[in-house]
Ligand binder design. Structure first.
Ligand SMILES: NC(=O)C1=CN([C@@H]2O[C@H](COP(=O)(O)OP(=O)(O)OC[C@H]3O[C@@H](n4cnc5c(N)ncnc54)[C@H](OP(=O)(O)O)[C@@H]3O)[C@@H](O)[C@H]2O)C=CC1
Ligand SMILES: O=C(O)C1=N[C@H](C(=O)O)C[C@H](O)C1
Length: 257
């Protein structure tokens, strides 16, 4: 068997960072050599957690092959820039990037491999394929996309919902995205309704509704635990290690284009 992939994990103390560190302990194809967090934390899953402010020096000293990031969009763009300087591949699970953040990832991808996915669940990858097929088969049907997440989520709509909306527009052409409705606002032909709900500790749900007259198709994915995202992110890290510089996504890992 080949050497385990040397991993750095940023946002180590977050909901996802903890899952990634926990999942990594059960695998022999990865070895966490560096975990960092903004707020001080001593250790997680037996891995000492270092100060995020020292990321540049830490990458030079620990020499990970791949950095896995689940933080926030601004810090993620900074970490990926640090990866580009240090020659480290990046797997980005963080969502909610603005134009400048997206440009920073593109720029880093000129020097190192950057694999970004709004959702590392295999079920969501299958949902996306099913949605593209359903949209192609049901021209003219009304489409509404609803996502539900825990009350700690910052960005809305979710990165996954935005990706699904892009998928729908790829099949159907550009559409107006109507975020919620209020007052005298009848549905216009071709618009896509988008709804973001935040409640309790919901891990993540995405529903795409396609409705014609007298029939309704509902495609739904529910994540039961964050372990599914962590497993996918680690699969992505193993896959991306040693690749050429460039942009990659989870479909490349699943080889399902
Ligand atoms: N692609 C996927 O499959 C998935 C993606 N996500 C995305 O991952 C991201 C993180 O989600 P989640 O783990 O729930 O979030 P949390 O808020 O639980 O964790 C974020 C972590 O990042 C750290 N952090 C935040 N801002 C900074 C900063 N400026 N510099 C350094 N560290 C920082 C936080 O540190 P501190 O301890 O100081 O707060 C915290 O440890 C979100 O964008 C979410 O949408 C989530 C699940 C799955
Ligand atoms: O913040 C979360 O929790 C999640 N975020 C991702 C997103 O924005 O799509 C993926 C997952 O749904 C959980």
């Amino acid at each position: 068997m080949s050497e385990p992939v040397r991993l750095a994990v940023t946002g180590a103390a977050g909901r996802m960072g903890r899952e990634v560190l926990d999942a990594a302990t059960d695998r022999d194809d990865v070895d966490v050599v560096l975990a960092v967090n903004r707020s001080p934390v001593e250790e997680i899953s037996g891995v000492p957690v270092r100060d995020a402010a020292e990321i540049d020096e830490l990458l030079e000293v620990e020499m990970p092959d791949v950095l896995v990031d689940f933080t926030g969009p601004d810090s993620s763009a900074d970490y990926v820039a640090a990866c580009a300087d240090a020659g480290v591949a990046a797997v980005v699970g963080t969502t909610g990037f603005d134009e400048a953040g997206r440009a920073a990832l593109e720029s880093a991808a000129e020097s190192v491999p950057v694999l970004k996915a709004a959702n590392f669940s295999r079920g969501v990858a299958a949902l996306r394929r099913a949605v593209r097929e359903a949209v192609a088969a049901l021209p003219g049907y009304d489409i509404e996309v609803t996502e539900t997440h825990h009350n700690g989520k910052r960005d809305a709509p979710s990165g996954t919902a935005n990706t699904i909306l892009d998928d729908i527009e790829e099949v159907r052409g550009e559409a107006e995205r109507v975020h919620g409705r209020v007052g005298d606002q009848p549905r216009e032909d071709g618009e896509i309704g988008v709804h973001a709900r935040r409640a309790g500790d919901v891990t993540g749900e995405h529903e795409v509704l396609l409705a014609g007259n007298h029939e309704l198709l509902s495609l739904t994915h529910r994540a039961g635990a964050r372990g599914v995202f962590a497993a996918g992110a680690l699969d992505a890290a193993v896959w991306v290690a040693g690749r050429d510089a460039g942009r990659y996504d989870f479909d490349d890992v699943l080889d399902q284009r």
